[in-house]
Every structure is written in C-alpha cells, then in structure tokens.
Design a binder for this molecule. Structure first.
Ligand SMILES: O=C(O)CCC(=O)C(=O)O
Ligand SMILES: [Fe+2]
Length: 325
C-alpha cells in the first residue's frame, strides 16, 4: 500500500462541513497526519512569524540562554531535548523557543527584546493558530457525532480556551542549524516521537526533512506544500481511534548548507481537563495500553496536565532544567 498524506481543503467550511469532517476522521484513523489548505491563517502572517524567529536565532547565544526554558516556556539550546529518549544517545540537533498564550499583549513569561517589541504581532499569530486549531477540532467533533448535550460541535472548544489560566498550549519556533558537528552521531535531527497534545499544527519553510511513519514501519516524507499546515492527531484521548503517528526530522544533504526553520502550535486541553473517553459512539470505551505512560498509570484517568508532564519529563530527563515547578 502506498501511503500519502491527505490534503484537506477547509474552504467553505460551513457548506462542506460534513465532507471535511469525514476526511479528517478518515485521515486521523489511518495515517494520523494531514495537510490543511485554504485555512484562515494568511501567508504573510506565517512569513512574518518566520522572519521574527530568524531575528531571535541570529542573536548571540548568551541572549538566548538568558531566556532559558522554565515551566515549558522559553529557549532550549542544541542537544537539550531528546524527542526519542529511549533510542537517542545525543539530544536533538535543534534550538527551540516556546511561547505561552498572549492575552491583550500581556505575557507572563520571560521574553527576549526581539519578541517583547513584537508582542502584538506574536499575539495575532498565536491567537490565529489557536482559532484554526479550534476550527479543526470542530471538524473532529462533527465527525465524532458528539451529542448536543455534551457540547456537540463545540465540545473541544470548551476545553481549548486561549485565555484559560490553565491553558498549556504552546507556540514553538524551531531552528535546526546547518553544519552538523562531526561529533554529532544521530541519523536524525529530531528524534522519532508522537506529540503530547490534542492536535499539532506545523508550518514548514524552504527546507524539508520531516518524515512520518505512515505505515507504522516505514517512513515517508512530509514534503513542504505551499501555504499548507500539517496537522497531527491524538490517540491518548481518543482511546486509540485516532493515530498519533510517529514523526521525526531526518538528516538531508541540504541540512549541511541550510538552516531549517519550522513552527509548531501544540493544542492542549486545559491542564485540569480529565482525559476521560470523549462522548462519542465511535470512540472505543477502553483505552488501549499506551506505551508512553508507566504501567501503574495505565488504568488511571489522567488530566491533560499530568499527561503533558509525563511526556516532558521523559524528553528532558537528561537536562537539569526544571520544566514545571
Ligand atoms: O520541525 C519539525 O518539522 C517537526 C517538529 C516536531 O515534530 C515537534 O517539535 O514536535
Ligand atoms: Fe512533533
């Protein structure tokens, strides 16, 4: 079977919502990844976000380290995170900056000057990512036929609120610098992993490298599609109905000569949300064994915050940074 990532056209959502929702459901039950085109994030806004990201990464290392990650917000340097802690000997060859939500230009975490002076722009982009995420989640809710009394198509909006004090959604600017050091032995630049939240939106630019384990054994490339967002779904909360597909950033020859930038927006239910079965007759009643959580927690109800913390602890275990206090 040849696997290809589906491209889902979000135009005219109100008129075409049942078709779009079915396409989303099919994609999430099988491959776990899909592209979204004709979404509501203007291309200029994405380009500006990439330009701002470059401005930050061009700063001297001391300026970046001054805003080192804490409580999952801030800067992570090269080799700090291991997205595949069971296999990787060295951390990922990438830098990252994690933002929390911006609300009316208020931002409660450390910010370097280049970002502080662009707060309105960052807020616009980040809240637009959130709105797009909620829009896609609405398609999930339609496909799952969530009963009206449970919130119907707005079911996921209830737990995904940008201005919720328990919102743990993260906008992340990533850079994979060129010229991999000769001491760097990993065949990947970001280890194979599944994401930690409800839905991830990913923006790629110029340089590819993302691969998806579509068939569960073989890797296929997730090429850059102009103005498309790549979406990835959640298995934990859907009791395995949706596939959280393994993905990684592999080394390509062009990575020797070109920096690779990407942007992710990680959707999360508010941290106090219990991840009980989604009220849908399509969702399996029981949660299958989940390899990312320890045995004693397999039959327990975890909150979104518990689950996130487990995954973050694993990915940063070799680093001394305190992530959530
Ligand atoms: O940089 C990319 O293309 C992928 C990043 C990613 O998968 C992640 O940060 O979870
Ligand atoms: Fe990822």
């Amino acid at each position: 079977m040849v696997y290809e990532l589906p491209v889902i056209d979000f135009s005219n959502f109100e008129k075409r919502s049942s078709i779009i929702s079915q396409e989303i459901l099919d994609a999430c039950k099988t491959i776990g990844f899909f592209y979204v085109i004709n979404h509501q994030i203007p291309k200029e806004m994405v380009q500006e976000a990439f330009a701002l990201s470059k401005k930050f990464y061009d700063l001297p290392i001391e300026k970046k380290e001054a805003v080192a990650i804490k409580n999952n917000r801030g800067y992570t340097g090269l080799y700090v995170q291991k997205l595949d802690p069971d296999t990787q000997k060295q951390g990922d060859h990438k830098e990252a900056f994690n933002f929390g939500p911006f609300i009316s230009s208020k931002y409660n975490y450390p910010l370097p000057e280049v970002f502080a002076e662009s707060k309105p722009q960052l807020e616009k982009f980040s809240s637009k990512c959130h709105a797009t995420l909620v829009h896609i989640l609405e398609a999930f809710a339609i496909a799952l036929e969530i009963p009206e009394e449970e919130g119907g198509r707005k079911y996921f909006s209830r737990t995904h609120k940008y201005d919720d004090p328990d919102c743990t959604e993260t906008l992340r600017f990533l850079k994979y610098p060129r010229n991999v050091e000769s001491s760097y032995k990993e065949p990947v630049r970001a280890g194979a992993h599944t994401d930690y939240g409800s839905l991830t939106l990913l923006f790629q630019k110029d340089i590819g490298g993302l691969e998806v384990q579509a068939s569960r054994t073989e890797w296929i490339s997730a090429p850059i599609i102009e103005n498309a967002i790549l979406g990835g779904a959640f298995d934990f909360w859907s009791n395995g109905l949706f596939k959280s597909t393994m993905h990684r950033v592999t080394q390509l020859p062009e990575h020797q000569t070109h920096d690779r930038y990407s942007i992710a927006f990680f959707g999360q239910p508010a941290s106090n949300t219990p991840l009980t079965a989604i009220p849908s007759k399509i969702i399996p009643k029981e949660r299958p064994v989940h390899k990312e959580i320890p045995e004693h927690l397999q039959n327990k109800i975890l909150t979104s915050g518990d689950y996130l913390q487990l995954r973050l602890n694993a990915a940063y275990q070799s680093s001394n940074q305190v992530l959530v206090e």
